[in-house]
Design a protein around this ligand. Sequence first.
Ligand code: JCZ
Length: 251
Amino acid sequence: MPTSNAHPQLRIDIVSIFPDYLAPLELSLVGKAREAGQIDVRIHDLRDCTQDRHRTVDDTPYGGGPGMVMLPEPWGDALDSILGSDPSRTPVLVVPTPSGERFTQAHAAKWALGDWLIFACGRYEGIDSRVMEHFGERIHVAEVSLGDYVLAGGEVAALAVTEAVVRLLPGVLGNSESVVDDSFAPGRMADLVEGPVYTKPPLWRGLEVPEVLLSGHHGRIEAWRLEQAHERTRTRRPDLHGETPSGDMAD
Ligand code: JCZ
């Protein structure tokens, strides 16, 4: 009887008061992965877990202040129900919030190795903090931010995290098993961003494709691409502190 698997099917549950906002998960790479049975995506309406006639999900913040805060009871009931539906999996509860730790490719790679992601998509001023405190004592809870800007809710972040994870799964659209662990895989963003890319035609509106890319010299091409990646990293993403290639002391 198997107790673990290198890549079990990934289940993804998303709880939101705007389930229609998650419709893009039927499209493109994630939609195809669902159709192929590589992932099991289930979207839930938080309002189905309310008890009152008005299906209330929010109330005023204790201590005062602007806006509304999401009630803990509907979240508790929704998450209890989802967690109770499969005791054999190991869930991570992902809570998008501008006050979370920055979501990175390292999170995506780790979660692509797991078997269950549950997204709690807040709205308004966020979810009563006792929800994260309570479930943090039962399962792993990750409060994550996409970046330093404020969205109107967690749904767009859940879409972004889902796509970042699903594209790493083996068998999903041309990805091999090695992509999650390959520190040199394009797009991994370890400490370098990608340089510019080009396709046909070789001359477009007076602009030429760099000659080296047409040369057929694979060694020169790779060296040029690395140099371009370092230059872009230096000028656009100094926070990534990409190393200057040896022999090219760029200033
Ligand atoms: C709920 N407002 C959840 C996340 N990176 C980032 N920016 N903004 C968010 C976010 C904003 C929210 C909620 C209400 C996430």
